[in-house]
Design a protein around this ligand. Structure first.
Ligand SMILES: [Zn+2]
Length: 301
């Protein structure tokens, strides 16, 4: 009896120690599944994700700003985790990659082919100067800034196995940047869907991107049958994020197509087109690029 009690008492502190709750990590961290967390300081900021494994964590993107990357480092420490082993970029743009220097070394950075070239051309120094001028606390953080280029560039598909988890990296062509990577965890059924999709946010459709390619990528991602969908920016959700984007592009193509058939010019369409269903979406200044892309799609070029 005594021996049993001793074992029981000895085990007590461990039994009573509550599992770490997401709220202990601050109001901006959301627990997705065991060992999977997403952080964004503001609703439209880029998402930073932490996926813990027995062999250390993998991060997906490193923050909207270097201040967010520092906050992300704090979260990783609170999770009691080892330093990040790998960083996977959903895209090369600054608002997803500027904080790599906070984690690498030792983290190894993985991106799709084309990411290095895109990062080299980016006006990151300018963006950093502007942020340092606007936010005094950023000045200190930016003193440590150094551009980190991907250590590994993969082509088309890549599988990363770490500890008990499998990460499938899937290139999405012409959806947002020069190198967009969706990340699929088949065991957990969690999908990082990149900026190919947004949450109540107009996309920035650059001239080299096409709506048919974006729709094809959404179809490809939906076919994975994910339980959780995490866009590049915005709250984690489900495949309803895909439904909403398809509804948006469907209506956009229908209306631009109709006006083009009436003989309206692109300029006239830009002036006349209304999408009242999406009035609550952020990033209205990007809408003209959406009309351009719809025009290219309906004109077949
Ligand atoms: Zn971007």
């Amino acid at each position: 009896m005594k021996a049993r009690l001793a074992v029981f008492v000895g085990a007590l502190p461990f039994v009573l120690a509550p599992p770490l709750q997401a709220q202990d990590l601050g109001p901006h961290v959301r627990k997705i599944k065991d060992g999977i967390y997403v952080y964004a300081a503001k609703p439209q900021d880029s998402n930073v994700s932490f996926i813990l494994t027995r062999e250390g964590p993998v991060m997906i993107d490193t923050g909207q700003t270097p201040a967010d990357s520092h906050a992300a480092m704090g979260i990783l420490k609170k999770l009691g985790s080892q330093p990040a082993r790998f960083i996977v970029h959903t895209e090369p743009h600054d608002d997803h990659t500027v904080g790599d220097f906070v984690f690498s070394p030792p983290a190894v950075v993985i991106a799709h082919a084309g990411a290095t070239e895109s990062l080299r051309k980016a006006s990151t120094a300018e963006r950093n100067q502007k942020m340092a001028a606007e936010y005094p606390e950023m000045r200190e953080i930016l003193k440590g800034y150094r551009q980190v280029l991907p250590h590994i560039e993969y082509q088309n598909r890549m599988t990363l196995k770490l500890g008990e988890r499998t990460f499938e990296l899937i290139y999405l062509k012409n959806v947002h940047s020069e190198a967009d990577t969706a990340i699929w965890l088949p065991g957990e059924r969690v999908l990082w869907a990149t900026a190919a999709v947004g949450v109540k946010r107009f996309p920035n459709i650059r001239p080299f991107l096409t709506i048919p390619d974006i729709l094809a990528s959404i179809k490809l991602m939906r076919a994975l049958n994910p339980e959780v969908v995490i866009a590049g920016h915005g709250a984690p959700g489900t495949t309803r994020i895909f439904d909403e984007m398809e509804r948006y592009y469907g209506l956009l193509l229908e209306r631009v197509g109709g006006m083009a058939r009436e003989g309206k010019t692109l300029e006239a369409i830009k002036a006349d087109l209304r999408m009242p269903e999406f009035d609550d979406w952020a990033g209205k200044e990007r809408f003209p690029s959406n009309v351009d892309a719809a025009w290219r799609a309906v004109k077949g070029n």
